[in-house]
Design a protein around this ligand. Structure first.
Ligand code: PEP
Length: 257
């Protein structure tokens, strides 16, 4: 038991079309009941559907999230989206440094940090994603990689703004693969991350920042993962595309709080 309110996010990635995105949001709204009292819930639709999904979520306590953002406000940045545009659409939280941005698109730590700083300065909450790949894990570098990404991503964010930050530990080898970290392995990584937050900031920040687990979370494994003391909910990819599965996971998180 902790004071931290569990937080579950549904990252829809580059999936759905307009009709199915709205339907998914409607089904989540219809099934969420009182769960948002015990658990914070956000969904991250593709950019073109933010407006319509946002309308569906209006007046419900489900937060509209964005999958990425750029660190400039406006100008000649073809294809990019600014924090101001997200705020216009009533986005409340943005993913920063998702592993697919890091490793498919090629975003380095420096760019991820610029995005984090810009989003925080604009008043958005962020979920800073980090995690090791299988080669790094097998080489015994998990802790070093995670803590390096954590420090680089948070560089320049003051203690006073850490209430806007959630961390998502997502081992890359577990994302979309069906291979989840064991609860004990995930808990060890979360403990290391929390320890580093205490070094970078203080005990109060370390004890209050939520650390989500992500990587093939589903309705069968969520309960055991979320029962770990340092795991404060999850960032869910594949299983967030079905309202029933997503709501089961939210229920598990609500029970763990
Ligand atoms: C993710 O996209 O952040 C994720 C964890 O995906 P999945 O749940 O499909 O592994």
């Amino acid at each position: 038991m902790t004071d931290r309110r569990p937080f579950v996010g549904g990252n829809w990635k580059m999936n759905t079309d307009l009709a199915s995105a709205v339907e998914l949001a409607e089904d989540i709204v219809a099934g969420i009941g009182g769960l948002t009292e015990q658990c914070e819930v956000a969904v991250f639709p593709p950019f073109p559907y933010l407006h319509s999904v946002g309308k569906t979520l209006e007046d419900h306590r489900i937060i509209l999230g964005a999958q990425d953002v750029y660190h400039e406000s406006n100008g000649a940045f073809t294809g990019e989206i600014s924090v101001e545009m997200l705020l216009d659409l009533k986005v409340g939280v943005v993913l920063i440094g998702h592993s697919e941005r890091r490793h498919v698109i090629g975003e380095p730590d420096e760019l991820i940090n610029l995005k984090a700083l810009k989003a925080i300065e604009a008043g958005l909450d962020i979920i800073l994603c980090l995690g090791e790949n299988m080669t790094q894990r097998e080489a015994g570098q998990t802790k070093q990689i995670n803590l390096g990404q954590l420090e680089a991503g948070l560089s320049g964010i003051p203690t006073s703004q850490m209430s806007q930050v959630t961390i998502a530990y997502e081992p890359i080898w577990a994302i979309g693969t069906g291979l989840s970290a064991t609860p004990a392995d995930a808990e060890a990584a979360h403990g290391d991350i929390r320890g580093k937050l205490a070094d970078l900031y203080d005990d109060s920040v370390a004890n209050s920042v939520r650390i989500q687990y992500g990587g093939s979370v589903n309705a069968n494994n969520a309960g055991d993962l979320f029962a770990q003391p340092n795991i404060d909910g999850g960032l869910i990819g594949g299983a967030s595309l079905k309202a029933d599965a997503f709501l089961d996971i939210v229920r598990d998180a609500a029970r763990s709080g």
